[in-house]
Design a protein around this ligand. Structure first.
Ligand SMILES: Cc1cc2nc3c(=O)[nH]c(=O)nc-3n(C[C@H](O)[C@H](O)[C@H](O)COP(=O)(O)O)c2cc1C
Length: 367
């Protein structure tokens, strides 16, 4: 299997399966000297952890990260950072009944067609358990970005048709309700909608919004490694993501140029914009404004309700999926979106270090 490595300079490789011994990540290219403690990683992993509330899978994992290499006396050493998270609460027997079945909406059919067989226990490598390794890598990237004043905050923007309102917006709320919605009233309504979906043995989808502050202009490469293209690839590689839009996004297609263009002006000698329809990215490079994007997640595919499907014996069958599943993906995915954003930005910031000879001279002469 190829494609488990991501990044150019700040490079991550995730490994492991849902019901194997464990999962983890190796990070290559992380600069030395960044203060990093277990708690920095654990804080983010705890936000993704299963078994933490009514609206997450009941699988009970402590998701305790162990840093195996690359950190000494509380600082990164510049050598590969290896982080392992051991699996504890696998219930593989839940999956034996569907070992030859293609679950609707899941990766089973594609996986079996591609490799000729699959690890059916919990979805194997296609399981969202893999995203714990991304979150661990994201926590390291976040520490790097914090050192240079860049911060990332994602939250649930909508669940089904219930969207947060500007009037009730309170960012702290995303840590206070189980749906990570920065609007307590919208969170209450969304919880009711989810209770109904769960009573009907169903699931639903939603949107995560992510905001990045502190990005200087010029981050992102102008052709293939554009800032928006890179974030797009990173975020679309998270299971269940079906779309991404930056700034005004799809709405921009209904505007006139005169409405969509963000006018520049000068404040204290710096170039600013009156509006942010660009979402902080122009020509594939950051424009110095807040980077804002939204990722749309489909409903969790594994639902308890009886469904029709096919198996690998060529039969049409009916299934009722057992096992423990998230009735909604977005609440646990918020920190995964932050993680993939952090890893991408850490990489693009490091790539930007050699954009012009002045940078190279400055770094070279300072060492
Ligand atoms: C944080 C997170 C949790 C998820 N939890 C589940 C789950 O409990 N059950 C499930 O069937 N899918 C879950 N998914 C979605 C599947 O991983 C995903 O739909 C599947 O791999 C197929 O990929 P695709 O939807 O991108 O085509 C979750 C995804 C994420 C990001």
């Amino acid at each position: 299997m190829s494609g488990s490595v991501y990044g150019n300079i700040f490079k991550i490789s995730t490994w492991g399966e849902s019901h194997g011994r464990g999962i983890g990540v190796v990070i290559d290219g992380c600069p030395a000297g960044i203060r990093l403690e277990d708690a920095d990683i654990q804080r983010d992993l705890d936000r993704r952890k299963p078994g933490t509330g009514k609206y997450t899978t009941k699988r009970s994992e402590s998701d305790k990260a162990e840093i195996l290499s690359g950190v000494f006396e509380g600082k990164t050493t510049g050598t590969p950072i290896s982080i392992a998270i051991f699996n504890e609460d696998q219930r593989s027997k839940d999956y034996s009944a569907i070992s030859d079945v293609f679950r609707p909406g899941h990766a089973d059919f594609g996986f079996e067609s591609k490799y000729g067989f699959r690890d059916y226990r919990g979805g194997g490598r296609s399981s969202a358990r893999e995203t714990a390794a991304r979150v661990a890598a994201g926590a390291v990237a976040r520490r790097l970005l914090e050192e240079i004043g860049i911060s990332i905050a994602a939250y649930t923007f909508s669940i089904n048709n219930i969207q947060i309102s500007k009037d009730n917006f309170d960012l702290e709320q995303r840590f206070l309700n189980p749906l990570c919605m920065p609007d307590s009233e919208a969170a209450e309504r969304a919880a009711k909608l989810l209770d109904e979906a769960m009573a009907n043995a169903d699931s639903t989808g939603g949107v995560v919004q992510c905001e990045v502050t502190g990005l200087k202009p010029g981050i992102g490469e102008p052709v293939f490694d554009k800032l928006d293209a890179s974030i797009g690839k990173a975020v679309l590689s998270i299971g269940a993501v079906k779309g991404i839009e930056f700034g005004a996004g799809f709405e921009a297609s209904k505007m006139y140029g005169s409405e969509n263009n963000d006018s520049f002006y000068i404040k204290d000698g710096a170039v600013k914009k009156h509006t942010n329809n660009s979402g902080g990215v122009l020509g594939g490079m950051s424009d110095g404004d807040k980077l804002v994007f939204r990722a749309a997640f489909k409903p969790t595919p594994s639902i308890a309700r009886p469904q029709t499907t096919a198996n690998n014996k060529g039969e049409d069958i009916k299934i009722e999926i057992k096992g423990r599943h998230d009735p909604i993906v977005v609440a646990r995915a918020v920190v995964v979106v932050e993680a993939m954003t952090a890893v991408t930005l850490a990489d693009l910031v490091l790539m930007n270090m050699c954009a012009k000879i002045e940078n190279v001279k400055k770094i070279y002469t300072d060492i």
